[in-house]
Design a protein around this ligand. Structure first.
Ligand code: SF4
Length: 598
């Protein structure tokens, strides 16, 4: 690949069926790639107040300077205006996406407009084709992948197929996009944005390679080997391979830090904790592990679920990816008593192409609201929501996707919206409009959920800080200000990782010092640890600026009362502390002193 190709931006206009390729040295030089470049493109391309489901809302896919060149730099960033929260939409995904986009010769792809007919795009180097996807309409995400793998064989070794299922087509606000077979741009509704554009899939393939400058080759090999050694021979990423992320579930449940049945408690019964543990999934169902391209870790755990087609008929075996969050969302959160039932729900949500966390939290709210008499049988079309009923939840998921009636159409807009229509806000577990992750560990996880730019636990890993503090008996010692500062610092550093774009699971490998050397060894010179940290701050502020521009307000954040009623690892939380933390965060955001954040 020629020098500069990793800095090219491919613009695709679905309305006019036109493309434009431009080189954006300015952006890639200043912001590296990934999140840093994407937030700038989003600010340029997305008009203020744009309808997230309108044709003005761009979809931006961006990779980084380390993509395809170093181990575990395997993620792609998707950015868009979120149809779920109405502000920043950002989601990360692995599979082969990063390698394919980079080797196709792009640092970023911007898709705007909308098509009159269902369409899919093929991007093979500079060759972009607009294909009729009418025959793929209404087809689930897994089958679409299978069909396109057969039809679009070009560059199959470095090919990614990003597609949506029925949920995206039907504009479920938390629909996801699936890549390859087991990875997702999960959160904040990329699937719905694609669906609104009638874009069923994007196939990117390539046959190029990235050239390292001659003078740098021996240095590149040295740094590469060092990183590879850390990844495979130290304990930095070991846990992700063995039991995978599901390995933490049992311990978290025992500690009393995981939301169970819509946070009725944070301590599930022992038999449930065992049944839904990573150990049980591995013992009974683990078939194999796979990896994203250019990552030796293999954290993607695949279960084989063998069951009868119908009573009396022979077996079928379904391969289902599992992780801690899916198991939590449709397992613990829905009071599931069987790991096999939990896998069936994960499979259904995956096939329809929905964010599993938002789906689980929304159904959990509906179950509690139904039990409390806020919802009637007429509204639910006869479904009597109750904990642990996998068949019922499957029917409900189908009804959400199909938009069966007004109630299910409201559920398709997420729990923030549904609770604003039917009540039950005190236990509607969304933060900043995004449904909560698994953790009920303490103050830091909720500061993270509320103030993080994506309202995702991955913004600043507050759950991790809570557990460290509780483990060291220091949760009372660290003042609010220090907790907020630590979270903000973590979130800022993560902007660097997601601009490179490195998998967050490799965050212990890519320290600031290693990152600076890794960049230098591929000819991206001049980055020091200090400069990288400054960049993280700049990117984070740009993301928050976009949120504020689109109406997000720290002062307006709703905090569900439920989180104050259930014991955490730090005892009961107080609303006054959380409100105070949000204020401190707002002050730090604008550089410490001076003007108030919105
Ligand atoms: S650690 Fe897992 S998610 Fe991250 S790049 Fe590797 S295989 Fe993909």
């Amino acid at each position: 690949m020629k020098e500069g190709e990793g800095r090219r931006v491919l613009h695709i206009d679905l309305t006019r069926k036109r493309i434009k390729i431009e080189e954006r040295r300015d952006l890639f030089r200043a912001f590296l790639g990934g999140t840093g470049v994407a937030i700038n493109l989003l600010a340029e391309e997305c008009p203020k107040g744009a309808d997230p489901l309108g044709e003005e809302n761009p979809i931006i896919f961006a990779v980084g300077p380390l993509s395809a060149l170093y181990p575990s730099a395997s993620k792609t960033v998707a950015m868009f205006k979120s149809p779920l929260t109405g502000n920043l939409g950002e989601s990360h995904c692995g599979g082969r996406s990063a390698m394919a986009i980079r080797l196709a010769g792009y640092g970023a792809i911007v898709i705007k407009g909308s098509s009159e007919i269902p369409m899919y795009l093929t991007i093979h180097g500079d060759e972009v084709r607009f294909r009729d996807a009418s025959s793929l309409r209404g087809i689930d995400a897994e089958t679409v992948g299978r069909i396109l793998r057969e039809v679009e064989k070009k560059g199959a070794g470095a090919r990614t197929i990003i597609r949506i299922g029925r949920a995206g087509e039907r504009l479920v606000r938390y629909a996801c996009a699936v890549t390859e077979t087991y990875r997702h741009f999960g959160r904040l509704g990329l699937g719905a944005v694609m669906g609104a554009k009638r874009l069923k899939a994007v196939v990117v393939s390539a046959e190029k390679s990235v050239e390292i400058p001659k003078a740098k080759r021996s240095e590149y090999k040295r740094v590469y080997d060092e990183i590879q050694e850390t990844v495979v021979r130290t304990d930095a990423m070991e846990k992700y391979h063995d039991l995978g992320t599901a390995g933490k579930l049992y311990g978290l449940a025992k500690k009393g830090g995981i939301a169970y049945k819509n946070l009725e408690s944070a301590s599930p019964p022992e038999e449930i904790a065992r049944e839904l543990s990573g150990e049980n999934f591995a013992d009974r169902f683990l078939a194999r592990r796979i990896s994203c391209s250019h990552c030796p870790v293999g954290c993607v755990h695949l279960a084989a679920l063998r069951e009868l087609y119908e009573p009396g008929h022979y077996f079928k075996t379904t391969t289902i990816p599992y992780d801690n969050e899916p198991i939590w969302a449709v397992g613990f959160m829905l009071g599931m008593r069987s790991a096999a039932d939990c896998l069936r729900l994960i499979d259904l949500v995956d096939t329809e192409g929905m964010d599993v966390m938002s789906t689980g939290v929304t159904l959990a709210w509906a179950t509690e609201a139904y039990a409390k008499g806020l919802l009637t049988k007429e509204q639910t079309e006869g479904l009597e929501f109750r904990w642990g009923d996998a068949r019922l939840y499957s029917e409900a998921i189908n009804k959400i996707v199909e938009g069966a009636n007004e109630f299910y159409r409201n559920l398709a807009r997420g729990v923030e919206h549904a609770s604003s229509v039917y009540g039950g806000k005190d236990y509607a577990l969304a933060f900043g409009g995004n449904e909560m992750p698994a953790y009920h560990t303490g103050l830091a996880c909720y500061i993270n959920n509320l103030t993080g730019a994506r309202h995702s636990h991955l913004d600043s890993a507050g759950y991790d800080l809570d557990q460290k503090l509780a483990g060291a008996g220091k949760e009372k010692e660290l003042g609010l200000e220090e907790v907020v500062r630590a979270l903000l610092k973590e979130e800022e550093w993560r902007q660097v990782l997601s601009s490179l774009v490195v998998c967050f699971f490799a965050r212990k490998v890519y320290t600031a010092e290693v990152t600076a050397r890794a960049l230098d060894a591929i000819g991206v010179e001049g980055w020091t640890a200090e400069k990288l940290e400054d960049l993280g701050r700049v990117i984070h502020r740009a993301k928050m600026e976009f949120k504020f521009r689109e109406g997000f307000s720290l002062a307006g954040l709703r905090i569900p009362k439920r989180i104050f009623e259930v014991l955490t690892l730090q005892g009961f939380l107080k609303e006054a502390d959380l409100r105070r933390a949000i204020e401190i965060y707002g002050r730090m955001l604008v550089g410490g002193e001076g003007r108030e954040a919105p």
